[in-house]
Ligand binder design. Structure first.
Ligand SMILES: [Zn+2]
Length: 214
């Protein structure tokens, strides 16, 4: 009997006997030398879209930030509490990551809330409505498009939000400067939970395509 859910405790037991036992040296090396991940991923909190699982990443490989609907807000040094911006600052300024990937996903509850405020599993309370209002202009434009089906509107806004977040990354002066100098790449990706398909954003056009992976 512990104060942790049983599922977590048994998962931890498996981790220690499996992955940790197999990668003990790697963990010790990371503890000694510190982390130096090359890539930061901004992903949704959704329990089905874990970047470490999707990209088969080991310890120390990915610096992951997760928030509702994988949004990057615009640069706003206003003295308020900005957890996403703090994580970006740490990843880029201190860890000096070489890539930032914004990864959205299908069936996102946050995006659904943005399209239909007041309904869905992530209906706005004290915080979600305000957070998702970042996307309000795009959400209004997409939700008014009656030529698209509900599912198409959802996918459209999921992908628009990725382009929006990447545009906002460029409002951070140090990110823009590093990208201009060729020291930092900004990428977008969208993961389809139901099929496992990963779609990658073309930097030039903003379109999403499936990469060749064999
Ligand atoms: Zn989501």
């Amino acid at each position: 009997m512990t104060d942790l859910p049983d599922q977590l405790l048994s998962g931890y037991r498996n981790f220690m006997q499996g992955r940790y036992a197999a990668e003990t040296d790697r963990y010790r090396e990371l503890a000694r030398g510190g982390q130096a991940p090359a890539t930061m991923v901004v992903a949704c909190c959704d329990s089905r879209s874990a970047p470490e699982v999707i990209f088969d990443a080991g310890p120390g490989e990915l610096f992951v930030l997760r928030n509702v609907a994988n949004l990057v807000p615009p640069y706003a040094p206003d003295g308020e509490f900005h957890s996403t911006s703090a994580a970006l600052e740490f990843a880029v300024q201190s860890l000096k990551v070489k890539n930032i990937v914004v990864m959205g996903h299908g069936r996102c509850g946050g995006i659904r809330a943005a399209l239909a405020p007041g309904s869905g599993p992530a209906s706005p309370g004290d915080f979600i409505g305000k957070w998702m209002s970042l996307l309000a202009p795009s959400a209004d434009a997409v939700s008014g498009n009656t030529l698209l089906t509900e599912g198409e509107r959802q996918t459209a806004l999921e992908r628009i939000s990725i382009r929006y977040s990447i545009a906002n990354l460029r409002t951070f002066p140090y990110i823009k400067a590093l990208e201009d100098e060729g020291q930092l790449t900004l990428s977008g990706a969208w993961f389809d939970i139901s099929t496992g398909e990963l779609w990658v954003m073309d930097r030039e056009t903003g379109d999403f395509r499936r990469p060749e992976i064999d």
